[in-house]
Design a protein around this ligand. Structure first.
Ligand code: MCN
Length: 765
């Protein structure tokens, strides 16, 4: 039988997106809506002595709400025990603002530009306080954001005192610091929400989000409503990258809609997005690795200092995932992870493509390269010596994760072959010998990550329609990943229907009974698995009903998946297609019997893995870095659709490369944001990136029947350390052993100037 699973089906949703037919929150008609403008603090830290809205209120049609009017208290972090709930963000700042961009008042206007002008007339009397964006200063308590608590620490995990014996017996010990710099998620569609209270008193909210059902639960909790009092609709979403979940602004839109009885909407500008949407990463990763002279790693220490931004939320939790994945793809007997998160006067930090796992890979992959350089052994060889062996799974690491399955050496071998590693090293040697000013750098990364890390389950329902097609309602959400295609393929495969006969419905809490939404690249392995299981139960129901109609014993009925037709075993002439069966059942009023709901609960997360090889050319006179090639092997188990999965790898790799070379949110030392627009926040375009070489590898997981792991974040996790390692590799003859990210021209040039040339230059192998 030829299955559609694994076929390169083009994305059905792309026609809509590419022809401008996508339906986004900002494009929704909402007659007579009030537009919200948020008055945001220009100060990173200040006492708010008073707010005078009189001048704004003189403008016709303007309403102004402050913290005391709104009465909502804090936007609590998710209920994760390690996050300090005392340092939660207020919906609207009251007495103190703690980052530039924090909301101090809400202006509602019947005209968007009038609202923006009126917001300028709201006078806020600020008394500036000392501020810092620096987690080290925050850890030292130089500036306290919550003086009543006496510390800026908002999460700690791991031992208070480091183990002095950890590296006992190691012949070689190296250490360094990896700065996983702050990034901005920069979705193409900025945040936008709209809401109104209907005549029945129910609140309808249109959100640009990844998690409609969770958002409905959050709105209900904050507004004191029952979830059934609220409908959340997430139409098309122009990218989320992990950062689009219910936000303060969404709740304020809902609050004003209920308060005024008017429809209300808000869409942020790009600068507001770069200031007010969550930021990401911003972790200082102290690494120490020790082992024997033959390259065997015996001990690894990771010290994480996470900048959580002004308030404790998901940012404070990210080090937990980093710590869990600290061991990477290596069998390291002794691992110590010490994590701290602190609040600083910066935009709050949250999840962004990879969320905690890129940091783990960046740390261990730089550490392994530092170790290899110290030994003078090829970095590929050191990796091979330490990989967890393919026959060792399930494997529990010393940092506490139990990996399902993997073949890390296999992935590296594929990547090295595809890149022609030996040929590249030869080219590199020639350039080094002839003193070229354009040096070649070759960087490796071998990684493993965790998807559906918590792990959560997911809901699906599959219904056969009167025309013999099917509808899948899924609790997962697609904000660009292509579920309308891949989830339809999963159901089509199970039912034996053409892909175009399956319609995927998502993102409306009135239509889809429940769901957890999408983050952590969990959708296919749980939402897809739920869809497959629901469809399988529909097939079983179909067999029973077809047996009745054909007057054949149910045990003798089979579904021919090629034809989408039930018939007797060995008697294909007598049968019923889905169309015929649906038609008969519809006539009898029994079509509902072909409608099944299923909640899939996975036993564990899955652990996608891979290997990346990056090749860069560094201009040693200017520091300019050009990425020449990236070879990516990303194993996500069984691929539902290689064209979609590879598209995910491409997008992910672009983000990963961009962290290594371009993007960086910069604050000055007083915590003023210097990168609040796309002129000075270095966001890459296709012009900065080469074509990527994607090499297929599939190691099915036993965790779900599809054999699928997540792929949405893999490229991001694998690419960054490969590119960073490549830049350092290019500069190693100059004696450079590390360059911070983003390794832009200025940083690389400075590293070359500051380096003491190794004498004689040490080739990497
Ligand atoms: N897929 C597949 N075979 C697999 C695994 C996945 O064919 N073995 C397909 C899926 O069916 C789906 C896509 O690849 O169409 C991604 O699936 P999956 O890895 O399950 O990830 P999710 O759907 O849960 O997506 C979330 C993930 C995350 S966490 C971020 S962040 C992210 C991402 O995916 N943000 C994105 N990809 C993005 N892509 C776009 N265009 N925009 C974003 O905001």
């Amino acid at each position: 039988m030829t299955s559609v699973i694994g076929r390169r089906v083009l994305r059905v949703e792309d026609r809509r997106f590419l022809t401008g037919e996508g339906r986004y929150v900002e494009g929704l008609e909402l007659p007579n809506a009030l537009h919200l403008t948020f008055v945001r603090s220009p100060y990173p830290h200040a006492r708010v002595l008073g707010i005078d809205a009189a001048a704004a209120l003189e403008v016709p049609g303007i309403q102004v709400f402050t913290a005391s009017d709104i009465g909502l208290t804090v936007f609590p972090p998710p209920p994760i025990p390690i996050i300090d709930k005392e340092k939660a963000r207020p919906f609207v700042a009251g007495d103190v603002v703690r980052f530039a961009g924090e909301i101090v008042a809400v202006v509602a206007a019947d005209d968007r530009t009038a609202g923006a002008d009126a917001a300028e007339l709201v006078f806020v009397d600020y008394d500036p306080l000392p501020a810092t964006p620096d987690p080290r200063r925050a850890l030292a308590g130089d500036v306290l954001l919550f003086p009543e608590h006496g510390t800026n620490i908002c999460m700690r995990e791991g031992p208070e005192q480091l183990d002095e014996t950890l590296f006992d017996g190691c012949e070689v010990v190296v250490s360094g610091t990896v700065v996983s710099q702050r990034m901005a998620p920069v979705p193409m569609e900025t945040r936008s929400s709209a809401g109104f209270v209907g005549e029945d008193g129910r609140l309808t909210m249109y959100l640009t989000t990844q998690t409609p059902h969770q958002d409905r639960a959050g709105l209900a909790r904050f507004l004191g409503l029952e979830p059934t009092d609220i409908r959340v609709v997430a139409p098309d979403v122009g990218g989320g990258f992990g950062a689009k979940t219910l936000c303060v602004e969404d709740v304020l839109v809902a609050w004003v809609a209920r308060e005024t009885g008017c429809p209300v909407r808000f869409t942020e500008s790009r600068s507001e997005n770069l200031t007010g949407m969550v930021h990401a990463r911003d972790a200082l990763l102290g690494v120490t690795v020790g082992g024997s002279k033959d390259g065997t790693i015996e001990a690894y220490r990771l010290e994480i200092l996470q900048n959580a931004g002004a308030y404790a939320s998901i940012g404070a939790f990210l080090p937990h995932l980093t710590g869990l994945m600290a061991s990477g793809v290596y069998a390291i007997p002794r691992i110590e992870v010490q994590s701290r998160a602190v609040v600083t006067n910066t935009t709050p930090v949250s999840a962004f493509r990879g969320a905690g796992r890129p940091e783990a890979a960046q740390a261990i992959e730089r550490a392994v390269d530092l170790f290899a350089a110290k030994l003078g052994v090829d970095p590929a060889e050191v990796r091979r010596r330490n990989f967890i062996r393919p026959d060792a799974f399930p494997f529990t690491t010393a940092s506490g994760a139990t990996y399902d399955c993997g073949d890390y050496k296999g992935a590296l071998d594929l990547a090295l072959d595809a890149a022609d590693y030996d040929g590249l090293r030869e080219q590199q040697r020639r350039r080094r010998e002839n003193g070229s000013t354009r040096q070649l750098g070759i960087g490796l990364s071998t990684y493993v990550e965790i998807t559906n890390g918590f792990p959560e389950g997911e809901y699906a329902d599959v219904e056969i329609t009167a025309d013999g097609g099917a509808i899948l309602r899924t609790g997962s959400f697609s904000h660009g990943q292509g579920h309308e295609t891949t989830f339809a393929m999963i159901v089509a495969h199970t039912l034996g229907l053409p892909v175009e006969s399956v319609r995927v419905v998502k993102g409306d809490t009135d239509t889809v009974a429940r769901g957890t939404g999408t983050y952590g690249s969990k959708s296919t392995q749980i939402g897809g698995a739920a869809a497959a299981l629901a469809a399988q139960q529909v097939v079983e129901a179909g067999r029973r009903l077809a047996a009745d109609h054909l007057e054949i014993g149910v045990d003798d009925i089979v579904l021919d998946l090629e034809e989408g037709r039930f018939h007797g075993v060995g008697a294909p002439s007598q049968g019923l297609s889905w169309v015929e069966l649906a038609d008969r059942l519809d006539t009898e009023g029994r079509l509902g019997e072909l409608h099944v709901e299923h909640d899939f609960e996975p036993s564990s997360p899955t652990f996608p893995f891979g290997a990346h090889v990056a090749v860069v050319e560094v201009d040693t006179e200017t520091g300019d870095v050009e990425l020449l090639r990236i070879v990516a092997v990303d194993d996500a188990g069984t691929l539902i659709n290689p064209v979609v999965a590879h598209g995910q790898v491409h997008g992910g790799v672009a983000t990963g490369v961009s962290q290594a070379l371009y993007e960086e949110v910069v604050y000055d030392e007083d915590a003023n944001l210097m990168t609040a627009n796309l002129v000075n926040y270095a966001f890459p375009s296709a012009a900065e990136l080469p074509s990527f070489d994607v090499v297929e590898m599939e190691t099915p997981t036993p965790v779900n029947a599809l054999g699928a792991k997540g792929i949405g974040e893999s490229g991001t996790i694998g690419a960054t350390p490969a590119v960073q390692n490549a830049v350092v590799d290019a500069l190693s003859p100059f004696g450079v052993r590390h360059v911070d990210m983003p390794a832009n021209g200025e940083r690389v040039w400075r590293a070359i100037q500051a380096a003491e040339p190794a004498s004689p230059p040490v080739p990497p192998r």
